[in-house]
Design a protein around this ligand. Structure first.
Ligand code: PYC
Length: 326
C-alpha cells in the first residue's frame, strides 16, 4: 500500500521544496521526515544522526539528490519566536550552519506562504540566525558570531609545497588560502575547477595530517581559496570545497562570514562596509558585519534564492537504492 505513512512506514513520502541560492542547491524537507521528539535542537540533531542517517542519505544521495545538494529539515522551533528550526545536512553528514541554505529556507518559507517580507529568525544547532526577507527572492542573514582563530598557519601540502592560510569560524570551520600564493593555480574559474578541487583536497589532508584544527580540536572541514574578483564592482572571488568534496556553487555564506572575520582582523573591512564576494561560477553575495555587544563580529550576508522544484520523494522498501547510492 502506498500512502502518507511517515518516515517509519513501509513506503515513506517526503514533501521537499528545492531551491538554489546563487547556484547552490538546497532541499527543504517540509513534511514526512523522522520524528525527532522535542527538546533542544542540538539534542534532536543527535537523534537524527544516531537513528535516522538513512533519511539523510535517501534525501541527498543519488538517485534522488546529488553531491552538491544541502538538505534542510524543518523542525518545530523550541522558541516560538522563531519561524522554524532547521537542521542542515549534506552528502557526508551534518552542517552546523549553512548560509546559502538559510537564505534558501527563508525564500522557501515565503513560497509556502509561512512568512512574509520582513524580519524573522531561524533556529539552528549553533544558535539563532536573524533573517531579513527583502523580497520573495532576496534575503539577508545575520550569521552567528564569527572569528579568525589562527592566522598564517603553514602546512606542507603534497605536490604543492608550503601553503599558508587562516583558520576561521563562520558557523563552520574554514582554512582560507590566497590562491595567488599557490604556483600553478591559474584562476578561480569553472575551467580550473578540477585543479581547485584537487589542491583543496590536498590542503585538507595536510591539515588533518599536521593536526591543524579549529577550537577544541574541531575538524577544519571547509577549504576556501580566494583571489581577485572578475566583475569590476566585486571585491573578491572564492572557491569553497565542502566536506563531501563537492564545491560550493555560491560564495558560501559561512565561508563569506569567515572571510569578513579575517578581513576585520586584518583591518581591511570596517563595520558597515560591504564586501562583494563572487563565487567560482560568478554568482555573488554582499557580505559585511557589525560589532556585537562584546566586540564580536556579527556577519551579514545578502543573496538571492529561487525555488525550482516542489516535489514528493518516495522511499520504497523494495527499492535497493532507497537509502541512496554509496
Ligand atoms: O553557504 O554556508 C554555506 C554553505 C556551507 C556549505 C555549503 N554552503
Amino acid at each position: 500500500m502506498v500512502g502518507l505513512l511517515g518516515w517509519e512506514g513501509p513506503v515513506s513520502k517526503l514533501r521537499v521544496i528545492d531551491s538554489h541560492t546563487a547556484g547552490e542547491p538546497t532541499r527543504v524537507v517540509v513534511s514526512g521526515g523522522p520524528d525527532l521528539g522535542d527538546g533542544p535542537l542540538a539534542r534532536r540533531l543527535g537523534r537524527l544522526k544516531a537513528h535516522h542517517d538513512d533519511f539523510r542519505r535517501s534525501v541527498i544521495l543519488e538517485p534522488r539528490g546529488s553531491d552538491a545538494l544541502v538538505g534542510a529539515l524543518l523542525c518545530a522551533p523550541t522558541d516560538p519566536g522563531c519561524a522554524a528550526a532547521v537542521i542542515f545536512f549534506n552528502n557526508v553528514g551534518y552542517l552546523n550552519m549553512c548560509g546559502h541554505g538559510a537564505i534558501g529556507v527563508a525564500v522557501t518559507l515565503a513560497y509556502l506562504g509561512r512568512v512574509e517580507a520582513g524580519e524573522l529568525r531561524l533556529e539552528t544547532p549553533v544558535g539563532d540566525v536573524a533573517v531579513t526577507l527583502r523580497t520573495p527572492n532576496e534575503a539577508t542573514i545575520e550569521n552567528v558570531p564569527s572569528y579568525r582563530f589562527r592566522s598564517s598557519v603553514a602546512v606542507d601540502v603534497e605536490g604543492v609545497g608550503t601553503v599558508r592560510g587562516d583558520v576561521a569560524w563562520g558557523g563552520n570551520w574554514f582554512f582560507l588560502v590566497d590562491a595567488t600564493s599557490i604556483a600553478g593555480l591559474s584562476s578561480i574559474s569553472l575551467e580550473a575547477e578540477p585543479d581547485l578541487t584537487e589542491t583543496s583536497k590536498r590542503i585538507k589532508a595536510a591539515l588533518a595530517r599536521e593536526g591543524v584544527t579549529g577550537r577544541d580540536g574541531a575538524e577544519v572541514d571547509h577549504i576556501e581559496l580566494f583571489g581577485p574578483p572578475v566583475a569590476p564592482d566585486a571585491d573578491g572571488r572564492n572557491f569553497v570545497l565542502c566536506p563531501g568534496a563537492a564545491y560550493d556553487r555560491s560564495p558560501c555564506g559561512t565561508g563569506s562570514s569567515a572571510k569578513v572575520a579575517c578581513l576585520a582582523a586584518d583591518g581591511k573591512l570596517r563595520p558597515g562596509e560591504d564586501w562583494v564576494q563572487e563565487s567560482v561560477i560568478g554568482s555573488r553575495f554582499v557580505a559585511g558585519y557589525r560589532r556585537g555587544p562584546n566586540g564580536e563580529i556579527i556577519p551579514r550576508i545578502t543573496g538571492e534564492a529561487f525555488v525550482c522544484g516542489d516535489n514528493t520523494l518516495i522511499r520504497n522498501p523494495q527499492d535497493p537504492f532507497r537509502n541512496g547510492i554509496g
